[in-house]
Design a protein around this ligand. Sequence first.
Ligand SMILES: Nc1nc2c(ncn2[C@@H]2O[C@H](COP(=O)(O)OP(=O)(O)OP(=O)(O)O)[C@@H](O)[C@H]2O)c(=O)[nH]1
Ligand SMILES: [Mg+2]
Length: 257
Amino acid sequence: MADNTASVRALRLGVAGPVGTGKSSLIATICRALAGELRLGVITNDIYTDEDARFLRSAGVLEPERIRAVETGACPHTAIRDDITANLLAAEDLERDFSPLDVVLIESGGDNLTATFSPALVDAQLFVLDVAGGGDVARKGGPGIGRADLLVVNKTDLAPYVGVDVPEMVADALLAREGRPVLALSRSDADSVAELRLWVLGMLEAHRRGTHVPQDPGPMAPHFHADEEHPDGGYVHSHAEDADTHPHPHAGASHGH
Ligand SMILES: Nc1nc2c(ncn2[C@@H]2O[C@H](COP(=O)(O)OP(=O)(O)OP(=O)(O)O)[C@@H](O)[C@H]2O)c(=O)[nH]1
Ligand SMILES: [Mg+2]
């Protein structure tokens, strides 16, 4: 097949998962492993801050200008799932400013277990769990755990301290995912970082060849949003496919999960 690396836009790779499981650190690890051979850009999503972008800039793994923050200002998963405009604009800006880019990594806002990216925003997505969240969490399933392109079980170096059996957690995850790939990762385990690097390169190759079809892991489960102005102190909403059926609160409302 002809080399069409110049004609295919950058691979957009989403990184989602619960708060603190190591999404930003994983992006820093990917940048460290691949910045020498690929042209990379990063977009972070936070509700009210640009903390993740600042962390990644200070990690010194990419030129600071290649790392952009989207402040979602509301439900953080809306910005990666329903109204993806801000993220699409940020990706297009990065791709134009540093043309050509090979990969744009997009970190979702830290969340509960339910966030997934729209396939209209990313070509492929990783879902990140960590061993500190408990060995059972992979069994609990959910769209990201079940159907993201890669599930990462992160911080395996901590497993002895939190009493988690990593092979068992990986086996549970493989079952929940019907064989889709699972990677046990620690940033301090070079072999696991090498596997992550190969997975990204493989996905980039498939994207360029047109053999990878972006998958929708499915809408997130209904979840609770705290809202001081709501008579019940909040409301449950879902991200069903029909945008008319799930009104979103005005910007500025407080949120909790
Ligand atoms: N032991 C260990 N700690 C890790 C590893 N990866 C990340 N951490 C630590 O886990 C904590 C959270 O990491 P982040 O990368 O900020 O996690 P995050 O998912 O981006 O967090 P939010 O964006 O706030 O949701 C930090 O203290 C990291 O240093 C790892 O492989 N091993
Ligand atoms: Mg982060």
